[in-house]
Each structure stands twice: as C-alpha cells, then as structure tokens.
Write a protein that binds this ligand. Structure first.
Ligand SMILES: [Zn+2]
Length: 169
C-alpha cells in the first residue's frame, strides 16, 4: 500500500496495512510537515488540531500539556485556554493529580492506562488505538469513576492524545 502525506501529498513510501495504525490521530503526516507544525506550538497548530474535529491534547515527554484543541477544552470543561505547566491528569481532573507530586507521581499512577499509553507511544513511536482507561475524576464534590477511550500518536517530539470516548459510570 502506498502512503501519501495527508497534508502536503508527498509520498511517504510503501507500508503494509498494519502501518496505518502508526498515524492514529493525524491520519498520516510526513516528518517535514509534523516538524513544521509542532516545532513552535502556535496559531497553525491550533487550527490543525481544531480541524481534526475530535478532542486532542498535545503532551510532551514529561506528561506536561503543550496545547489542546477546542473540542478537548469543551469536553473536559476546561474554561481557560491557558494550559501552561499543567499535566494530563490536571485537565482530565484525575483525583491523583491533586495528590503530592501531582499527575504521574502518586502511588496510584503506575496503573494508569492513559499514562502508560503516552509513555509507550513516546518510547516506541507506535500509536495506540482506542485504549480503554479508567479515571477517577473530581470536578466538585464526590469523585466519579469515568471511562475513557483514548488513542495516541507520536509526532515531532510530542504525543497527540485523542479522547475517543468519555462516559461516567
Ligand atoms: Zn507532508
């Protein structure tokens, strides 16, 4: 199967059908386009992410949020577009993100499927597609177990985390 970059239409060579999974979120973007887009997260990145039409959060290799699109902010009920310094667990409103050390550092974080998917995608470069994850969310009052389905893709030194589904138990 031949692949072309979905953005500049340049050929990306030939891959097996299995390779399609490698671009779970962007649906195939060549290294040059990815680098250009994510080198400086700014206006272009924002319109690209909003154009995907699904909630996407961009995290760096330390789990810190670089940006998120309008769909993600809306779904997660995050009012400010200021995400600087926040971690994945903060925007997901995970109860563990409020513990000392924050998201990724509590004793409960080792079993987190979101964290695992992001780390594995960073380390292997391989996307994950529709991975189930359970998060104990707390907005106000009681915390509530929430089921997420997420997909991840690594590109240009960041991981795109797509929220495919979110439902309270
Ligand atoms: Zn391209």
């Amino acid at each position: 199967m031949k692949r072309i970059c979905a953005w500049c239409k340049k050929s990306m060579g030939v891959v097996t059908a299995k390779g399609v999974v490698e671009d779970a979120v962007t649906h195939g973007m060549c290294a040059a386009c990815a680098k250009k887009l994510f080198a400086e997260i700014g206006g272009d990145t924002e319109s690209f992410l909003n154009g995907l039409g699904v909630p996407v959060v961009v995290v760096d290799d330390r789990g810190i949020i670089r940006t998120a699109n309008a769909e993600a902010l809306n779904l997660l009920d995050w009012e400010s577009s200021d995400l600087a310094g926040y971690r994945g667990g903060d925007i997901l409103r995970c109860v563990n993100a409020k513990l000392p050390g924050g998201c990724g550092n509590s004793p409960n974080c080792s079993g987190c499927a979101v964290r695992r998917a992001v780390i594995e995608t960073f380390e292997s470069g391989k996307s994950s597609v529709k991975t189930p994850a359970m998060i104990d969310r707390k907005e106000s009052g009681e915390s509530q177990e929430t089921e997420f389905v997420i997909s991840t893709e690594k590109t240009a030194g960041v991981v795109l985390l797509r929220i495919d589904e979110m439902s309270q138990r």
